[in-house]
Design a protein around this ligand. Structure first.
Ligand code: ADP
Length: 505
């Protein structure tokens, strides 16, 4: 379950706003309002960078988002009319006020988001909603219909993943916008190419003016269905993705491109990569209120108290290294490797602390594992922000055996908190971590254990190398990782250059 965390940020203040280019993000997650995974962290970071940009964010008005904000901090604006499926529709627009937040924040209350639990999946079934295509098409149409109504003409619309990837197509081939967006550029960020928004052809026919873009072989058509991300790749002015290795991987073949590798190759002239980072003020072991004891790279002794508190809260016996996981339970995250290796994993002297939800089969597997090995394995299937912090702050190792990983926020948070990542060398994991064997041709010092082959054996071998490190070595790795600059500064500068480039083009 995602958490609404807006309440912590109540009380209105007037943010100072830059006179720089006006960027409007259309996205489906953003910290601190609504989070399922790393997308929220990234949009949250981009929305906070207001020194040289005028930033707004339009989000769906999920029930949990609107419920999570004090009444005083949400202001109803005029309803937004738009057309869908030949009928007039209406969205209720809310302005959300977060203390000291520099961006204008809006949520569109629409029955298909606001009258149900869950963000991407129905919590009852763990499956996606049947009307996904219709609801994201309507979200994009409503977002584009909103900006003229509130006089917020954007220089750039920044779109995130398939949920808002339809926007460039709607600008070029959708309903008439009366010239409002004629000078607007679009940037599409790929946070995960595996999710593309593939729906029946009929969805395209429900959007006024779009049919011509659907004809076989047209940008929106993908093996007889609509594919929102494919159209976005073709119609966006710029595409970014979240790590250099992932930018190469998604062009390399279907294993990472999921059928769109050819389209990405064709559009590679407008593709660049900017590595995600983390909010180092929020993720800060020195001040983190969720930890039993605060610490920093120079005061590492206090970290032990967090390990003890974690073992106690998870009802685990002390006396062995703690391996943590904070993850969605999906095939992407390498959970099948953990399942295949579980018996062998537990032949080692270690404690396993797992936090994550998703695929019901994996949830049941971990529930049973924790029951069978009580005192040695714990499992929490909720979305539990405090426990996530406690795992980062208390675990010796953070296991992240991803099949693919566009960037990965989790391993960077682990580094910030001194939990040593054990991870597969793919995507952003390859770009942010340095293996214990060192990196060929690089001066970089090790801070993690990486493995190449997607096999339980390779994963166990990497973990064994970690378990074999002396206390002193572990301490050195932790300290080194904690001292690394993992903040957003450099990446935000790169986004700024990208915005300037696209505006100049
Ligand atoms: P992805 O976005 O693919 O899920 P990332 O590593 O980029 O993976 O980001 C995951 C983010 O979600 C991290 O901030 C992590 O702490 C958080 N997270 C994942 N699962 C949970 C959970 N069950 N409870 C709390 N936080 C979680």
């Amino acid at each position: 379950m995602p958490i609404p965390i807006g309440q912590r940020h109540s009380r209105r203040t007037k943010p100072r706003r830059s006179a720089g280019p006006r960027i409007v993000h259309i996205a489906t997650e953003m910290t601190p309002l609504i989070k399922v995974g790393g997308l929220a962290d990234v949009v949250g970071a981009l929305a906070s960078d207001a020194s040289e940009l005028d930033i707004s964010v339009v989000l769906p008005g999920y029930a949990s988002l609107l419920d999570g904000v004090w009444d005083a901090d949400r202001e109803p604006l005029d309803p937004i009319p738009f057309q869908y499926n030949g009928h007039p529709q209406s969205a209720r627009l809310w302005r959300i006020h977060l203390a000291k937040h520099p961006a204008r924040l809006f949520a569109l209350e629409m029955a298909c988001f606001s009258n149900r639990e869950g963000i991407y999946t129905d919590p009852k079934t763990g499956e996606g909603f049947d009307d996904e295509g219709d609801r994201y098409a309507q979200f994009c149409l409503a977002a584009l219909s909103t900006l003229p109504r509130i006089d917020l003409q954007p220089d750039i619309l920044h779109l995130h993943d398939y949920q808002s990837a339809l926007v460039p197509t709607l600008l070029k081939h959708g309903p008439s916008w009366g010239g409002y967006y004629d000078r607007t550029k679009t940037v599409l960020t790929l946070h995960n190419l595996a999710f593309q928004g593939i729906y029946p052809e009929s969805v395209a026919h429900r959007i006024a003016g779009l049919d011509q873009d659907f004809y076989p072989g047209g940008p929106l058509e993908f093996w007889g269905k609509t594919n929102f991300l494919k159209a976005g790749l073709i119609h966006a002015d710029k595409i970014t993705t979240v790590s250099p290795t992932y930018a190469k991987e998604i062009q390399s073949g279907p294993q990472f491109g999921f059928g769109l590798e050819g389209v990405v190759q064709e559009q590679s002239g407008k593709l660049s990569s900017i590595l995600n980072r983390i909010d180092t003020e929020y993720w800060n072991p020195e001040t983190d209120p969720h930890l039993a004891a605060n610490y920093d790279a120079k005061k590492m002794d206090s970290r032990k108290k967090n390990t003890e508190a974690l073992l106690e809260s998870q009802k685990l016996q002390p006396g062995a290294p703690v391996v943590g996981m904070v993850t969605r339970l999906s095939d992407q995250k390498g959970i099948d490797l953990v399942r295949a290796a579980a018996d062998r994993l537990l032949e080692r002297s270690l404690r396993l602390v797992i936090l994550g939800s998703g695929n019901k089969t994996y949830e049941t597997f971990f529930e049973e594992l924790a029951e069978k090995h009580s005192g040695r394995v714990s499992y929490d299937a909720s979305f539990n922000e405090p426990l996530a912090h406690q795992i980062y702050g208390g675990a010796d190792f953070l296991l992240m055996p991803s099949r693919y990983e566009p960037c990965g926020i989790t391993q960077q948070i682990a580094m910030r908190y001194g939990a040593i990542p054990v991870a597969r060398r793919t995507g952003g994991l390859a770009d942010t971590l340095v293996d214990g064997h060192g990196q060929a041709g690089s001066e970089a010092k090790p801070n993690s254990l990486l493995f190449e082959d997607y096999t339980p054996e390779a994963m166990l071998e990497a973990l064994d190398r970690g378990l074999a490190l002396s206390e002193d070595e572990r301490r050195r790795w932790r300290t080194r990782a904690m001292q690394q600059d993992l903040g957003w500064n450099v990446a935000l500068g790169e986004y700024l250059s990208l915005y300037r480039d696209v505006l100049a083009s």
